[in-house]
Design a protein around this ligand. Structure first.
Ligand SMILES: [Zn+2]
Length: 276
């Protein structure tokens, strides 16, 4: 499932192809947007927020898309046969004279006024990759205007939201986009392993939530800038822990029907406060 790092890369790819360009083709294969025509509009840019993408147009509208589980946005030359985008999985096509962006298996799609973007992302917590999330570590450079103005910078706001979650298991909390946006199962597992937190530790027992969020941010930031690193625990069930050699496990966090996989080391991540 795409996480915040993938959304940043996707937005950058869309910007490289579409930003500042006039759309000569617009094909939204979505029941509520099928008659919407964006042809003739200039694309201002695509702003990622958590796992959402907001493609802004010069007429005050925004195309909002979400990759959900398997969605992708690919860019191909308009002259290429793939730009025809005939596959039934295609949900959106935005074409300029030179490049065509093809969105497949998108989980959400709607066109709204740019000033109403808060209606689709306003429930989310601060984006962990945003430049203003944390003063101590640089964000991923981003030129787009902010989507949401949080009352305080991102990290303190996310920590405040974390504190309101009580004793919820920390692994489950990290996946909750209303606390902090952008973290998925990979960076949840990798962050907890890095700091040796048991994935089911009650969130209010975690002595330094900011450290956990900063770790997720640092791992995701590195992924955007230099590519996804080899995971230390995610997807490695049954294989030896890189730190202690113990066989890693795959279990689940979250209540039915929202369970999500979590990979962890039963020796490095014991119940109770971590020993470092
Ligand atoms: Zn271990």
């Amino acid at each position: 499932m795409p996480e915040g790092d993938v959304l940043r890369r996707t937005a950058a790819r869309l910007d490289a192809a579409l930003a500042g360009q006039v759309l000569v083709r617009s094909d939204l294969r979505w029941p509520t947007a099928a008659t919407t025509d964006l042809t003739g509009r200039t694309v201002l840019g695509t702003r990622p927020y958590g796992k959402h993408l907001l493609t802004r147009l010069d007429d005050g509208r925004t195309l909002h898309t979400h990759l959900r589980m398997d969605g992708t946005w690919r860019v191909v030359p308009t002259a290429d046969a793939r730009a025809a985008a005939r596959h039934p999985r295609v949900r959106a096509v935005l074409g300029t004279v030179r490049w065509t962006a093809v969105g497949s298996l998108l989980g959400m799609l709607d066109v709204l006024r740019t000033r109403d973007e808060h209606e689709v992302v306003g429930h989310l917590g601060p984006d962990v990759l945003d430049g203003d999330f944390d003063d101590e570590t640089p964000g991923v450079p981003w030129t787009g205007a902010p989507v949401l103005e949080h009352p305080v910078p991102g990290l303190p706001e996310a920590v405040r939201r974390w504190a309101a979650q009580g004793s919820r298991p920390v692994g489950e909390l990290l996946l909750d986009q209303r606390v902090a946006a952008g973290i998925g199962t990979i960076f949840m597992a990798e962050s907890l392993f890095a700091l040796r937190w048991w994935p089911w530790a009650p969130a209010d027992h975690v002595d330094d939530p900011a450290a956990v969020l900063r770790t997720a941010r640092a791992l995701m930031r590195a992924s955007v800038l230099v590519g996804r690193p080899d995971p230390k625990v995610h997807g490695r069930a049954g294989r030896p822990c890189v730190r202690c050699g113990t066989r890693l496990r795959r279990d689940e966090v979250g209540a039915a029907p929202q369970q999500r996989p979590v990979f962890w080391c039963p020796r490095c991540q014991v119940r109770g406060a971590p020993t470092r």
